[in-house]
Write a protein that binds this ligand. Structure first.
Ligand code: UDP
Length: 425
């Protein structure tokens, strides 16, 4: 059954006070946000994406929407619901925008457009501005025939070298928008023809349950209670079970490390997203590996691992891995760096931009390299501590929520010509 439902994000506007961020990001940025939002009070803003939980977009909207509301903007969040076949198509589009092979048939084209057309018809409320995330609902703008509002397509994917066939199919629907936003300039497909393209990196909320400060001894105790032996080192990857995040490659890395450090353990935490049918097959494979290995721990949202548990594991783990082969941004990297963790990660998409200066040697391109860096860090606690401090400062300066809110409000103000400075086009 197809529907377009409203999501109420987990935190309410009342629980958010923008002034709390001053101590972290400084007065100038917060004052600028207040100035921009003054000109946007009462604005009706609709975010549209494909899932309310699991994955970075849901994570971002859960934090952004309440902030906008707290700033006096009437922000809503709607998700498109589709059947399994639709999400198989859109997951393939997602992968194809990252460059993978896909056979685009007439049937696929028709299914995708039909779902988007129906969603557009269901979108009866009129807003001043729509922000549509990623390819799943991208054609809604084309089918929604109003002209007095503004539409932004927000791409969270590294689409620098997309599958040509899929991109050529999607491109006219995207060019129907007033603006497109990519995480970084290299992610813009070379032949996209639009007047306004902005580059805005995602960010994490330091006050979210996932990132809030927690005492280290409490985290270690909670991890020990879950069956991990903390007398031995714990490696961690938190990610959807997706081939691009390479969880099987992480297991391979852990086995390489284990040859030198037999006590080492690995925790894989993976949320299952509603719009990600591939994840379920992968979970089965990973569980089969874990059943045969008491030092390999697998946790999912299905067994009650939520934001607090992710926070606890990110803080309590000895080293964090993010062995992505492709990555839009990788919020998990900023989350771990914010917690002063050393991270060994794939040199993919939005990951390198998050790394602090002087630590890019921990960006890797294969399992052997990854294992070697982890072994080095396990033997060098001073390097781990310095990396952690530099990582936290990098995230504080560049990747905390107020910077994202500021950049988005600036783009919106500019599109609506309601105050604010001109946004870089
Ligand atoms: N996440 C989570 N539980 C999990 C796996 C992931 O809460 O089991 C969160 C993770 O902490 C991060 C988001 O989901 O906030 C994933 O965003 P990211 O940008 O890293 O990757 P995406 O899934 O969007 O590709």
């Amino acid at each position: 059954m197809l529907s377009l439902v409203a999501v109420s994000s987990h935190s309410s506007a009342e629980s958010i006070d923008i002034d709390n961020y001053r101590q972290l990001v400084g007065d100038a940025l917060i004052d600028e946000i207040l100035h921009l939002s003054d000109g946007l009070k009462g604005l009706r803003l609709c975010n549209i994406n494909a899932t309310a939980s699991g994955g970075g977009v849901a994570e971002l909207l859960n934090r952004e929407v309440p902030i906008y509301r707290a700033l006096g903007i009437e922000a809503d969040w709607r998700i498109i619901h589709g059947d399994k076949a639709f999400f198989e198509i859109t997951k393939s589009f997602h992968n194809a925008l990252q460059g993978s092979e896909f056979q685009l048939t007439d049937g696929v084209r028709q299914d995708y457009l039909e779902h988007n057309r129906t969603c557009a018809e269901l979108l009866e409320v009129s807003y001043d501005i729509y922000v549509v995330h990623d390819p799943q609902p991208a054609a809604i703008r084309y089918f929604h025939r109003t002209r007095q509002d503004k539409w932004v397509w927000r791409c969270h994917i590294d689409s620098s070298s997309p599958n040509e066939q899929v991109w050529e199919f999607l491109r006219p629907y995207i060019e129907a928008y007033d603006a497109a936003v990519f995480t970084a300039e290299p992610f813009r497909p070379p032949d996209l023809r639009m007047d306004r393209v902005a580059f805005i990196a995602p960010a994490i909320d330091p006050f979210a349950t996932k990132n809030i400060d927690l005492p280290q001894n409490l985290c270690r105790q909670a991890i020990a209670d879950s069956g991990v032996n903390l007398r031995e080192p714990l490696l961690l990857q938190v990610s959807r079970f997706d081939p691009w995040k390479d969880p099987l490659g992480v297991i391979q890395v852990y086995r390489l490390v284990k040859k030198q450090r037999p006590g080492v353990q690995l925790a894989l935490i993976g949320a299952m997203a509603g719009d990600d049918p591939e994840g379920w097959d992968m979970l089965e494979t990973i569980n089969a590996e874990a059943t045969a290995d008491p030092d390999l721990h697998v946790f999912t949202n299905l067994t009650g691992v939520g934001n607090m548990e992710v926070n606890v594991f990110q803080r309590g783990a000895d080293l964090v891995i993010q062995k992505s082969r492709k990555e839009g941004f990788g919020l998990v990297v900023s989350e771990a760096l914010w917690k002063e963790k050393a991270v060994v990660a794939g040199a993919a998409g939005g990951i390198p931009m998050q790394f602090p200066k002087g630590y890019h040697q921990y960006l890797v391109s294969n399992a052997e390299e990854c294992a070697a860096k982890l072994l080095y860090l396990l033997d060098n606690p001073d390097e781990v501590a310095a990396f952690g401090r530099a990582g936290r400062e990098r995230v504080r300066a560049e990747f905390l929520l107020p910077r994202l809110v500021h950049d988005q409000l600036k783009l919106i103000a500019d599109l609506l010509e309601r105050g604010g400075a001109q946004t870089k086009a």
